[in-house]
Structure formats: structure tokens, C-alpha cells
Write a protein that binds this ligand. Structure first.
Ligand code: AVI
Length: 358
């Protein structure tokens, strides 16, 4: 899964603030991924392509839509239960761990954990540097005692965390909220969980947010909100491709669609071609048939049991689970290591093994 880096990493302090290391995939890598994705049937691009500066802002607006409850519910759960979560996340290490957040976005969820865990440092990984820089600066101002480091990267495709004095000799624990695991198909999701274990190290712990299946109508509305923000988020992908990879997509030639697919337990989001058409992109000419979808992303929903089975395939075992009142989503605490270690640990955090009550 590793992308060769076409450009050396650059690192710079964010004016009077935390440092940012830039490992964004190079244009040549993006071009290769576009050619691979459009040659695939159905056509599909990596979900991280959606997150340029504009896309990241649109995603933040999706999180505010009444139909999209995931962010609100998860944030509330974190605010209410961060003390228990931090206690279990940081348990058993001889030094204060560093907290590493994957796909950190606007950094608005981690605050309660920083307060309760008091990590030695906090590392935020996100694909959009434009979004990460102001978010890191604001977070550092709110939490002056925790050193903050931003890393702009495709976290699924880095070989290791960048060597940095803040991480040296420290245990690492992971935080992956927002159910972004669902934006990878199952084999990729399993590989990603295994990859997190490699990045964090043996014996590490991971707190991960997972959205669960519920009535299809609710899910379809969450991914196709009445205000049209989800659709705008998808259409922004075409604008990005036109701008960065010499494309000539005409957005009017496509319509947005979000459909629940029961067999995959997932929402499929797509831009569907309204007619037969040709599009130039990445130095090639692509034909789209009328009705043909370009999948912009999937969002797989896992029951707690299905998620834990997937995590086990990647060597992660359960330590605890917290859920929102409606049991629409869970924050799972996992540990990577031998199964009997998990059983012991579970005894320590037994009270949190059941969903929390509203
Ligand atoms: C980031 N990710 C978890 C979102 C989701 O719910 O799958 C992405 C998203 N796309 C459209 N709406 C939300």
C-alpha cells in the first residue's frame, strides 16, 4: 500500500505555532491513483481526494447538517466519557504516551482526551495541510501544555511516523474517530488496522469510532442532506481533478447519488453520468456511459460484532466499548497483542464493556 514519495518531506514551524511536516502525496502519485481508479469497474477514487482545502471545509459543514448525527453524537460521547476512555487508553505504560490521531480534520474532537489523558505530545495526521495548519494552531492555543505536531499525509500509505524528538522513546496510542475506517473497503480496512499497529508499535492501544447500521432512510438522508452540502462535497472532487490533473469534467453532466447497499452494509456515494460523454483527465481520454457511476466514496457501517471480528483479523483485541444513547455509533478501545493479555485488560475496564445509557 506504500506510495513512493516523489518529493522529500518538508518540515516547518507554523508561524509562531506548532510544527507541520508535509508528506502530501506528489502530483505524480495522484495521477497514477486516478488512472488506476478510473480503469477500475466501477470507477472509484481514493476517498482522500475529496479533502482539498474546499473539500475539508465542506466536510465540516456536512458535520453540522441535521441529518448527519455522527459527529455530534461522537463529540458528545467523548465529552461525557473522556475520563474513562483516557484512563483505559493510557493504562499500563511506564511513560506518558504520545497520542496520534489519524485523519484528524479540524481537531475538534480530541480536546477532552487531551485534558484527561495529558499525553506527552499530540500528533495530528491529515491529508489537507490547508486545514491542518489553522487547526493545529488553534488547538495549541487551547492546550498550551501539550506539544502539538501536524503531519500532512495519506496516513494509510506512510511507512512510519516521521522521526521527531517529541516521539522519541515514548509509547504511542492511537485515536481514529469519525468512522473513517468505513471509507475503506473491508480488505483495505483490515490492512489499515494492521498498518496502525505497525505505526504505533506492539502493545499499543487504539480508540476508534465506528458508525453502525440503522434504517436505510436515515443513512441515505445523512449522506444526501436537504441543504445539498453532501452533493457539493462530491462535486468539489470534479473541480479538484480539473484544476490539479488537467481535467475537463462538466459538473452539469453528472448527478449525485447516495444509496444504501445492504449486501455491503454500506452507503455508496457516486456522481452518475447523465449521458454518454468523454472526459479528458491526467493526460488520457475517458468515456462515461449514461448512468455510469463514479464512486466518490463508500461508507461501510459495522455492528460492534462485525467490527471486532475485522479488528481481530488485524491482531487487535477489545478492551472496551462506549456507545451513544441510541447505539448508532461506538467508540471501541482496542489493544494490539496476545489474546490472554486482552482478557486480563478487560477485567480492568469491565465497567465500560457495555454501551453507556442515555
Ligand atoms: C469521513 N467519513 C467518515 C465520512 C463518512 O461518514 O463516511 C465522509 C462523508 N462523506 C459524506 N458525508 C460524510
Amino acid at each position: 500500500m506504500t506510495l513512493p514519495l516523489a518529493a522529500p518531506p518538508s518540515s516547518a514551524p507554523i508561524a509562531d505555532g506548532p510544527e507541520l511536516i508535509d508528506l502530501h502525496p506528489a502530483l505524480a502519485d495522484m495521477e497514477r491513483l486516478v488512472i488506476e481508479g478510473l480503469s477500475h469497474h466501477p470507477r472509484q477514487l481514493p476517498a482522500w481526494f475529496l479533502y482539498d482545502a474546499e473539500g475539508s471545509q465542506l466536510f465540516d459543514r456536512i458535520c453540522e447538517q441535521p441529518e448527519y448525527s455522527l459527529t455530534r453524537n461522537e463529540t458528545k460521547l467523548l465529552e461525557e466519557r473522556a475520563g474513562d476512555m483516557a484512563q483505559a487508553l493510557g493504562q499500563g505504560f511506564d511513560k506518558q504516551p504520545v497520542l496520534v490521531e489519524f485523519g484528524a480534520g479540524n481537531l475538534r474532537k480530541v480536546g477532552p482526551l487531551l485534558k484527561t489523558l495529558q499525553p506527552a505530545a499530540y500528533v495530528a495526521l491529515d491529508i489537507s495541510a490547508d486545514h491542518l495548519i489553522p487547526a493545529c494552531r488553534a488547538l495549541q492555543a487551547r492546550h498550551p501544555d501539550v506539544p502539538v505536531l501536524g503531519v500532512c499525509c495519506d496516513y494509510a500509505n506512510i511507512d512510519q511516523l516521521p522521526p521527531h524528538p517529541l516521539l522519541e522513546g515514548r509509547p504511542l496510542v492511537g485515536f481514529y474517530p469519525g468512522s473513517s475506517l468505513g471509507n475503506f473497503d473491508r480488505p483495505q480496512a483490515r490492512d489499515l488496522l494492521a498498518h496502525f499497529a505497525e505505526l504505533l508499535g506492539h502493545g499499543s492501544r487504539l480508540l476508534i469510532g465506528i458508525d453502525q447500521p440503522r434504517q436505510p432512510a436515515r443513512l441515505e438522508a445523512a449522506y444526501d442532506d436537504a441543504a445539498g452540502v453532501s452533493a457539493a462535497f462530491a462535486f468539489n472532487l470534479l473541480r479538484r481533478l480539473n484544476r490539479e490533473l488537467a481535467g475537463n469534467f462538466d459538473p452539469a453532466g453528472f448527478r449525485y447519488q447516495a444509496q444504501w447497499e445492504p449486501t455491503g452494509s454500506r452507503i455508496a456515494m457516486a456522481l452518475v453520468s447523465r449521458q454518454n460523454q468523454m472526459v479528458d483527465l491526467a493526460g488520457r481520454r475517458w468515456s462515461f456511459a449514461a448512468g455510469e457511476p463514479l464512486i466518490t466514496e463508500y461508507s461501510v457501517k459495522y455492528t460492534p460484532e462485525a467490527f471486532l471480528a475485522l479488528a481481530a483479523e488485524a491482531g487487535w483485541g477489545p478492551l472496551g466499548r462506549w456507545s451513544d444513547g441510541a447505539d448508532d455509533l461506538s467508540l471501541h478501545l482496542l489493544t494490539h497483542g496476545k489474546m490472554h493479555d486482552h482478557a486480563q485488560d478487560c477485567n480492568h475496564v469491565n465497567p465500560i464493556l457495555q454501551p453507556s445509557q442515555p
